[in-house]
Design a protein around this ligand. Structure first.
Ligand code: BJW
Length: 239
């Protein structure tokens, strides 16, 4: 069975109204990455970090999936093979758009994590520093987000998917953050066709076999339409 592995980044949610990180007016222009996206920053000033993620949780709850999220859900539903979305995004717009096979390698705003016992539970809309873990009762709740220097989630399963991918696509990610930026090399060395969909070439753009330049709502919908077109057999009963 053929397999498509799709890596998404902040660019796919940009047209839903969520800022990217590295744009001129993006999140890293407004906040120092060392302050809000490292374990050391959290240890220094948990109030600042928790309020940064509270604001982003609130924003994520208010926005809607765009045509690109919905196109990937349609691909998952109608493609004859397997479609896996590996997202670096911590919003839930893929799920809201209808995707089911989604791996959140950098965590999720909707989840809280106990720094003492690793228990996870649904995050309240507003977290506070020192919130109590419902399992071990330690005052050690934190946003369930992968910060710099921490190990991204589900890496073994992701590398297994990359080893089996026939097509690897990266959508709306700048290729600045590892290990995600290394996925194209991994997929290519395993024989996958590699394609980048972005407003511009990413930092690892030269490693892709194919490029589609433009906003995700256009490039992703066109690409999905092609994949679901006459050349690709679809499961009986869906058309
Ligand atoms: C559009 C669009 C539209 C806009 N349509 N497109 C030196 C060398 C190599 C690696 C390292 C190094 N030193 C340290 C490292 C490792 C480090 C790293 O990569 N650092 C780099 C900065 C160099 N990585 C880590 O620490 C990771 N862990 C790790 O490596 O573990 C292994 C390990 C652990 C411990 C010890 C030893 C080894 C963890 C990385 C965690 C990243 N976390 C963040 C923040 C948390 C999540 C959150 O708050 O939301 O994740 S950082 C931030 O960047 C966020 C994102 O998921 C991630 C990627 O950003 P993304 O999605 O690419 O966004 P942008 O803004 O960069 O790009 C947007 C793109 O969209 C652009 O290309 C636009 O053109 C495009 N776009 N509008 C289409 N409409």
């Amino acid at each position: 069975m053929s397999k498509i592995v799709i890596l998404t980044g902040a660019g796919i949610s940009a047209e839903s109204g969520i800022e990217t990180f590295r744009a001129e007016d993006g999140l890293w222009a407004q906040h120092r990455v060392e302050d809000v996206a490292t374990p050391e920053g959290f240890a220094r000033n948990p109030e600042l970090v928790v309020s940064f993620y509270n604001a982003r949780r609130k924003q994520a709850a208010e926005v809607s999936p765009n045509a690109a999220h919905k196109a990937l859900a349609r691909l998952e539903q109608l493609y004859a093979g397997q479609v896996i979305v590996v997202t670096q995004n911590v919003d839930d717009l893929h799920e809201k758009g209808g995707s089911q096979n989604v791996m959140h390698m950098h965590g999720a705003l909707k989840s809280a994590l106990c720094a003492a016992c690793d228990h996870r539970w649904p995050a309240p809309m507003v977290m506070a520093p020192g919130d109590i873990c419902p399992k071990c009762s330690a005052p050690a709740a934190r946003p369930d987000i992968v910060w710099f220097g921490e190990m991204p989630y589900e890496m073994d399963a992701i590398f297994d998917h990359l080893a089996e991918a026939d097509i690897f696509a990266a959508i709306g990610t700048s290729g600045n953050v590892y290990p995600a930026a290394g996925f194209v090399a991994e997929a290519r060395s395993n024989g996958a066709h590699t394609i980048e969909l972005n407003l511009e070439r990413s930092a690892v753009g030269n490693q892709f076999a194919e490029h589609r330049t433009g906003p995700a709502t256009r490039t992703v919908t066109d690409w999905v339409d092609e994949l679901l077109g006459a050349k690709t057999p679809t499961r009986p009963g869906f058309r």
